[in-house]
Design a protein around this ligand. Structure first.
Ligand SMILES: [Zn+2]
Ligand SMILES: [Zn+2]
Length: 297
């Protein structure tokens, strides 16, 4: 009898870790909170359902995935108006916008749109060169201009008392990272800014470790109870403090080694060993990339 739960757990982890790397989104959803659901995949897609409108956060990689996300979102409330927003401009988050039906209202922060215009096409090219499947998924990806952009905050009233606050607090993983805070659920759809035990990463000319910490201080004030990250498991509000603690620890240690004259490559190697030992339940392959970002700050 005891072996059955163990096997079920194994099967569950096999499925969930597979889903995390699976570039083709499925149609199954998990419920995050009263009005928020998610398709768990690459990346996790957030779906916020109000009485009159539904908001989808992120598109999946390429239009085929975008069409799946839209279809699943529509199923919750077919007559609802459809909004789409994206956590950042990277292709698995925003490269499926053209798969959404006509009439979908696309909104994102201005800084993110600016990055999209500068680097969006080049990122799609880069992702396409990684493997044949991604190339095919991105073959007809278009980057439609948003219907609306905002500076720091746009509140979407989805009806029936459900509100989604779209927020830009500054640069972290990218310059334009957007966060969505759903009320009354107190659910944070956190993009790459808050993950569940995943090493943070700053891509290209994104934010800095210091600006990431400042963003997290703002996020903490929201008082999230549920957190839906985009590349890891759903968690509670404690993920915000956990992310800040990890980044602060890694930044402090990297700055210490820098002061001692250790070069960035060597510091990355040493801190990877140190943090693997210290954070045993985190997915740590290497912290070298983030250490480089600290050195470059
Ligand atoms: Zn990204
Ligand atoms: Zn991503």
């Amino acid at each position: 009898m005891k072996i059955i739960p163990a096997l079920l757990m194994l099967a569950f982890f096999a499925i969930s870790s597979n889903a995390q790397n699976q570039a083709i989104l499925g149609e199954d959803t998990v419920r995050v909170s009263e009005h928020v659901w998610a398709i768990m995949g690459f990346p996790n897609i957030g779906i916020v359902v109000g009485r009159d409108a539904t908001l989808v956060v992120d598109t999946g990689l390429g239009p085929r995935n975008g069409a799946t996300a839209a279809k699943v979102a529509k199923r919750f409330a077919p007559p609802n108006k459809l909004y789409l927003t994206t956590t950042h401009f990277h292709p698995e988050h925003a490269g499926g916008a053209s798969g959404f039906p006509a009439g979908t209202i696309l909104i994102r922060d201005k800084v993110q749109q600016d990055e999209m215009e500068k680097h969006g096409a080049e990122m799609i090219e880069m992702f396409s060169s990684r493997n044949a499947q991604w190339k095919e998924l991105l073959a007809d990806a278009k980057l439609p201009p948003p219907d609306e952009t905002f500076d720091k905050e746009r509140v979407l009233d989805l009806g029936g008392g459900v509100k989604a606050r779209l927020l830009w607090f500054g640069g972290a993983h990218t310059k334009g990272d957007e966060l969505t805070f759903v009320e009354p659920d107190k659910t944070l759809i956190s993009g790459d800014v808050v993950q569940n035990k995943v090493v943070p990463n700053i891509y290209g000319d994104g934010g800095t470790p210091a600006s990431w910490i400042r963003v997290l201080d703002q996020v903490a004030k929201l008082g999230a109870v549920h957190v839906l990250p985009d590349h890891s498991a759903v968690g509670d509000g404690s993920l915000v403090a956990q992310e800040k603690a990890f980044i602060t620890d890694l930044r402090t240690r990297a700055l210490e080694l820098k002061r001692q004259g250790v070069d960035a490559d060597e510091a990355g190697k040493r801190l990877t060993v140190e943090f693997k030992t210290k954070y045993t339940d985190w997915q740590i392959n290497s912290v070298s990339g983030f250490v480089k970002s600290v050195y470059a700050e």
